[in-house]
Design a protein around this ligand. Sequence first.
Ligand code: FAD
Length: 283
Amino acid sequence: MISPVAQATDPWRSHPARIVRIAEEIGGVRSYDLVLDNTAVRAAYRFVPGQFNMLYLPGIGEAAISISSSMATPDLLTHTVRSVGNVTAALARAKVGDPVLIRGPFGNPWPVDRLADRDVVIVAGGLGLASQRSLIDALARHATACRSTAVIHGAKRPADLLFQSEYAAWKAAGIDMHPIVDVGEGGWSGPVGLVTKLLDTLPLDPQSTTLLCCGPDRMMTAVAEKAFARGVPADEVYLSLERNMSCAVAHCGLCQFGPLFVCRDGPVFSFDRIAQFLAVPQC
Ligand SMILES: Cc1cc2nc3c(=O)[nH]c(=O)nc-3n(C[C@H](O)[C@H](O)[C@H](O)COP(=O)(O)OP(=O)(O)OC[C@H]3O[C@@H](n4cnc5c(N)ncnc54)[C@H](O)[C@@H]3O)c2cc1C
């Protein structure tokens, strides 16, 4: 008989789960709280911030989605999803109680164990914040004793800023929040412009700063260049890449990135490891 731990960690096996809560986040984006059906699998399942699951809807398909919930509540797996195609649009039609199959967790996470005594700068473009929410939660709970944490979150409009209801709690936990929007409408009194504008003015010590970025490739490249201009070394700049993927276990080659596979070696990479491949357009 296969043990529950072997079952839970088998990367080819999808595990039945149920949607227990759906939260409307911003336009076209919802968070789905999922609970694995099998108690032994649930107990064996653990993830680290930055990892993702493959969510499978039978008859429709599978999509890679970051885990956006707290490591402190591993029984409840939240996925924050923008409806763009087959699987995500089907999820947008789903209701509480509906089944979803989970395969995972997959991927190289944020470098949580390297953040002690560091000044952590988190930069998120749009939905990129979903992949960083569990990390911010861990830092807010002081699970990692970093020296300071600043979050720069950029969105098109004020209504597109993700997880706004959590900013007060994050601030209360000592996290320095810096939201910025492209278009300052609806009484917005905060900064207007790109995330790089805020990065220019953020006081930072290049010797002690680790920068963690998630968003569109072009934005991440611009952020990394700003960080280098401020003296932050390339091995202290981490990017989470998003690429089309299918197997999630480095077999199919869909997410191959030079000699690396985004599903296995990423999605989180230090900049120095991937710099030479970033300029190559994805197919
Ligand atoms: C590691 C990782 C983590 C991710 N986390 C999240 C998340 O937390 N929330 C979320 O909403 N999405 C996330 N994504 C993106 C998600 O996997 C894709 O949008 C996925 O293709 C949606 O599946 P679908 O069947 O709905 O769309 P499809 O029908 O497969 O495609 C819809 C459209 O999106 C394009 N597309 C497909 N995959 C990608 C991709 N990976 N990047 C850019 N464009 C793509 C297609 O070319 C097509 O135009 C993540 C992707 C990766 C690789």
